[in-house]
Design a protein. Structure first.
Ligand SMILES: [Zn+2]
Length: 281
């Protein structure tokens, strides 16, 4: 069942659980994500990067068809729409949600460009995620882990001014692999949650942040956790063990990668309490 991201996240906000947003790269990973969601009876958000596929409209359409046939609620979100063109392509291709990432711009520019998308997306029944503060890169964690963190009052103001459906916040996570130990500013998160009222919050850079940190973030009021690197690394590790055997069965190569990817995703679905939260229309 195809739904918007707002439908999924507003329920998660009310019932206080988190939802995984795995990044997909191929049909195999899309099918894996949907299978995990169905097996655990969980609503799911599929995150798609604009650069990930040479034919984005085809790729999104394929996801739409699989999602529509699924028994569980599934949203398709364009991750990190960095230009107006990216966002338009995501919408035209059939995403049910888009992220407008203007977190590298000034506050007024971020507000202005996010608002522009919200107005149009709202008319089409598409949800919008934006980012305030900037979630940087794990390989530059010494700097990115402590700079451009989200200011609680500014976050509340941003939500009011833009009308976004959910907001990605910078509280000490980073994209990719961490160089150093992630430190999450939970005091800041508490203040953001209090300031932002009922609007669901998003955490980018979930990979490598650690079960304890992520479970606490979800308990504290994060509703969406983006996962990319860690799922791919889990697939790669499973694959490495498999190909150590020189007589490996070639037909099991991709299923082996998918097993690693899926097992790690299932782990997070259970950690965030997203299992058994699926609903039917
Ligand atoms: Zn991200």
């Amino acid at each position: 069942m195809l739904v918007t991201m707002a439908e999924i996240l507003n329920r998660a906000r009310k019932e206080n659980y988190g939802v995984t947003a795995p990044n997909v790269q191929s049909e195999d990973t899309v099918r894996a994500v949907i299978k995990v969601a169905e097996e655990l009876n969980a609503p799911m958000i599929i995150d798609v990067n604009a650069f990930i596929h040479p034919d984005l409209p085809w790729f999104i359409n394929m996801i739409r068809e699989l999602a529509a046939l699924s028994t569980v609620p599934i949203a398709i979100n364009l991750d990190h729409g960095r230009s107006y063109e990216d966002v338009m392509l995501g919408i035209r291709s059939g995403c049910t949600s888009v992220m407008v990432d203007r977190s590298s711009l000034s506050y007024p520019e971020n507000v202005e460009q996010t608002k522009e998308v919200v107005k149009m997306a709202r008319a089409l029944g598409i949800s919008v995620e934006a980012e305030l503060g900037h979630v940087g890169m794990g390989d530059n964690y010494v700097v990115d882990g402590v700079s451009n963190l989200t200011e609680p009052e500014e976050a509340a103001k941003f939500i009011k001014e833009t009308g976004v459906d959910c907001l990605a916040v910078a509280i000490g996570t980073a994209h990719g692999r961490y160089k150093g130990t992630p430190h999450i500013d939970f005091d800041r998160l508490d203040k953001i949650v209090e300031a932002c009222g009922e609007v669901p919050l998003v955490l980018h850079g979930g990979s490598g942040t650690g079960d304890e940190n992520l479970a606490k973030a979800v308990r504290s009021g994060i509703q969406k956790v983006n996962l990319a690197t860690e799922l791919i690394v889990a697939g790669k590790e499973e694959l490495e063990k498999f190909i150590e055997d020189p007589n490996f069965d070639k037909w099991k190569l991709m299923p082996t990668f998918i097993k690693g990817y899926s097992d790690r995703l299932a782990h997070y679905v259970k950690l965030f309490g997203q299992n058994d939260k699926a609903w039917t229309k």
